[in-house]
Design a protein around this ligand. Structure first.
Ligand code: ZN
Ligand code: ZN
Length: 135
């Protein structure tokens, strides 16, 4: 874990708040959910998503989807579902079990491969078997 001070160095982007106001420590925030991504080495609060959507869990999901869309990966604090084929290197990462299972079923259907579906943060794991094809 790095402990960089965001005020020192930085990427030189001018912030709108140059009034010298010090930000409160992040760990004191209890009503605004935050998400961190170690791959980006950044942390975000979700007040924007909360304003837009008004639902806590949905805000997290929406942020994670947006992050994936723009960076190609999910924030690491989001517990994602992985679908991994047991027969070939193909696989996919999804935000919901429903989406991961849909990917697994589609892959199994087209390739007749068994696909393991598991959650990143729990021991939950199941295998989607390919359907019995005709003949
Ligand atoms: Zn990221
Ligand atoms: Zn496969």
């Amino acid at each position: 874990m790095t402990d960089d001070d965001p005020a020192s160095g930085g990427d030189g982007t001018p912030g709108p708040d140059d009034s010298g106001g010090a930000r409160p420590p992040v760990e004191d925030v209890d009503d605004t959910p935050t998400l961190a991504c170690t791959r980006c080495d950044r942390e975000w609060d979700l007040s924007y998503e909360l304003d837009e959507l008004g639902v806590g869990n949905q805000a997290v999901q929406q942020f994670a989807l947006d992050h994936k869309r723009h960076t190609g990966h999910f924030p690491d604090e989001v517990g994602t579902w992985h679908a991994e084929c047991r027969r070939c290197p193909d696989g996919s990462e999804h935000l919901t079990e429903h989406a991961a299972r849909r990917w697994a079923r589609t892959h199994a259907r087209h390739t007749h491969h068994a696909v393991a579906v598991e959650h990143a943060r729990t021991d939950e794991r199941s295998v989607v078997e390919p359907p019995a094809g005709p003949h």
